[in-house]
Write a protein that binds this ligand. Structure first.
Ligand SMILES: [Ca+2]
Ligand SMILES: [Ca+2]
Ligand SMILES: [Ca+2]
Length: 305
């Protein structure tokens, strides 16, 4: 007995569970055969998919019909129809029907799943305005970040943008940067925050400061890309002239701080030296006292003999 005869069949609207009831000969029974799953990568929200029913019973007296919810096939009666399938899973049914000249109409059906998936993360660029802050006058300056997203599957408004953090390459209040704090303000990590403020300053002895805003952009299928927007506060304007008043002020502050540290070091060394001298004098006194005591004991011993 052919395995196909064990399948449930629909005969002019009645479903029969037992093949033995079907009167048609095994060789003539229709068979619907398809691959159980078809997986395609998404492009612009969908995939163009050509299905394959050529393994089914074909020929004179047999007809095919493909159906799927919301899907329009180019030719639903073809053995190899083509249709656009949306992102996600769509069940498809192939019915193969035999219409003999005489006798009952026999139908066999097979189902498959068309899976359109997005496995590609979005391409992202993050561009800050301004990208360079000058002069380094310690003022807070607004930074706006433009995020451009291109995803193979999702439209730009279907991706999620999240600010992860804004970081400075220098300490908030480091050496030679003007004694200010809260150099990054108005940034809300965890939200789609594309504007914040950063302080236009950098350490005088450094090589310039970089503020880096890091974003994570996630498409509708959970594929994520990180992008960085960097705003630079250069050490100088590249001429190396050193004539910028702010540079001079920074250099003066730096020199003052260095002088203060040297003075403190000197005082500490002097104190340590004084302590060492005092220790030395004390040890000398103890040694002298010990020597005197030793002499006294020796004289006392001589007298006793
Ligand atoms: Ca994608
Ligand atoms: Ca600061
Ligand atoms: Ca903000």
């Amino acid at each position: 007995m052919s395995s196909s005869l064990l399948k449930a069949r629909s005969i002019t609207g009645f479903v029969l569970a037992a093949a033995s009831i079907v009167a048609a000969p095994a060789a003539a029974a229709p068979e619907a055969i398809v691959e159980p799953e078809v997986v395609r990568e998404c492009a612009n929200g969908e995939a163009l998919v050509t299905l394959d029913g050529t393994g089914s019973t074909l020929g004179a007296g047999f007809s095919l019909l493909w159906t799927a919810p919301g899907i329009v096939f180019d030719d639903p009666t073809s053995a190899t129809p083509t249709a656009r399938f949306p992102l996600g899973e769509t069940p498809v049914t192939l019915s193969v029907t035999e219409t003999p000249a005489t006798g009952p109409v026999l139908t066999d059906t097979a189902t498959l799943l068309v899976i359109v998936e997005d496995t590609t993360p979005p391409a992202v660029s993050a561009t800050p305005t301004p990208a360079i802050l000058w002069p380094p006058n310690h003022r807070l300056e607004a930074v706006d970040v433009e995020i451009t997203v291109a995803d193979a599957c999702d439209p730009p408004d279907h991706v999620a943008v999240e600010l992860l953090d804004v970081e400075s390459s220098e300490p908030d209040d480091g050496t030679g940067d003007g004694h200010t704090t809260n150099d990054i303000q108005g940034a809300e990590p965890g939200t789609d925050d594309r504007s914040f403020a950063v302080r236009a300053e950098r350490a005088g002895p450094g090589r310039g400061r970089v503020y880096t805003a890091t974003y994570r952009v996630t498409d509708g299928s959970g594929n994520a890309t990180q992008a960085r927007a960097e705003t630079l506060v250069p050490h100088d304007q590249g001429g190396g002239s050193g004539g910028d008043p702010d540079d001079l002020e920074e250099a003066a502050q730096q020199a003052e701080a260095a002088a203060a540290r040297a003075e403190a070091d000197y005082e500490a060394a002097k104190a340590a030296l004084a302590q060492a001298k005092a220790d030395l004098a004390l040890r000398k006194k103890i040694a002298q006292a010990a020597r005197k005591e030793a002499q006294r004991l020796r004289r006392a011993a001589n007298r006793a003999h």
